[in-house]
Write a protein that binds this ligand. Sequence first.
Ligand code: XMP
Length: 510
Amino acid sequence: MILILDFGSQYTQLIARRLREAGVYAEIYPYNLELDRLFKLAPKGVILSGGPASVYQEQAPDIRDEVLSAGCPVLGICYGMYLLAHHLGGRSARAHAREYGPATLVIDEAAGLFEGLNGHDQPVWMSHGDRVEAIPPSLRAIAHTANSPYAAVRSLDGRLWGVQFHPEVAHTVAGAQILRNFAYNICGEQGDWKLKDFAETKIAEIRERVGERDQVLMGLSGGVDSAVAAALISRALGPRLHCVFVDTGLLRAGERQRIEQGFAARLRIELRVVDAAELFLRQLAGVIDPEQKRRIIGHTFIEVFEREAHRLEGIRFLGQGTLYPDVIESIPLKGPSVTIKTHHNVGGLPERMRLALIEPLRELFKDEARQVGRELGLPDEIVEAEPFPGPGLAVRIVGEVTQERLTVLRAADQIVMEEIRAAGLASQLWQAFAVLLALKSVGVMGDERSYDNVIAVRAVRSLDGMTADWARLDSSLLDRLSTRITNEVKGINRVVYDVTPKPPATIEWE
Ligand code: XMP
């Protein structure tokens, strides 16, 4: 196992993911993990992640000297490298020019971390405001860039390594190879770990945590994440898992019917449908702020689950399909990072929740969760379903959520789903949907003036939901969408297409 200490970078989980892709098991812990726990884990190597702090800030997150002298290899990335240099007596400072984005790394020592790379000039991705200005005699520079004389370093004994760039992001072309080199050549890992092992480890963990008698309640949303999480929990506990599907009234057209007609049967799990549309709409009345909507929905879900738990007796746990991007963008997973938006099932939970959470997919990305689903033998229609946010259509209605506005959005969204499917694009896009804006505009229909709502169509390509690009849809498809939505959906006189990537936007509008 390789242990990653998290100093708050938005990319920490990508380090674990790159290692998993190389068949190496990795776990992420907060940077200040207690030393005895760290030593008990007996990692074959330690990676210090990047982070937003500067080593010269007061109370900057730090490591203990013992981590560096423990004997196993250590790789510091960006902030992790400054820490390393700092502990060994080097000097960092604000760089004259901050570097964000691509840079060319010139490799001066093509061994160890840089073994087998194609060429001495490597495109790498930087994101830093500091740089190492002077290195101590125990370190030696092994690569540089135009802005950084010490863009990569190693200790003379070859045990401590540091890189200023981010090998974990896709823009660092040889990044995966560099991390693999660290794991294989430097830490002596074999690369024999698989996602299948992940499923087995998680099933054993769930059994141990829940014990012999307790029961688990779980909400199935109809999506991939909750289905895969439920399949894992069901393998671990059998009939001690109880699943409910909550009809929030915020669902897409046809969704409840799909769940009722066979979804649970295909998962081989018993499912109860709870009608809570009125409750959700009542709680959301008059609410406009997106974060408040998310919190209310999170709380209302828990209210419904607690009521169900009460009905069933013996329930002590709540299962959830939370994935890593839900966590990293909502609250720090295990270290100090920044909140982007509160995903309904993470930051939206009330503080005094009576049920303990079981979230077996909490460290995976969506495509990995899909892979686990395949390993568990779930059918394609479940593992390939398009992502749909837990707060549902509520975060696709900018402004107040009302029954009338839901009806308008649902009708427009159904047209988007139908046309995307008919064009054979459903499996190529990460998501395609309609958003109802809090905006009216003037139109002319027949010979009449209209003053009606605007629908934005959003279609994106993405690998993991962390970054995304807008889909270059064919103009004839856009034309069909616009014609059908304005003709068929009463209350809409204008359709716009969203051409913003993530970042700077997010995929959903709220
Ligand atoms: P954003 O809008 O943050 O979304 O770029 C990234 C991906 O996550 C989905 N999403 C959610 N999923 N609960 C979920 O289960 C949520 O609260 C939530 N908010 C966004 C979104 O649809 C996209 O695929």
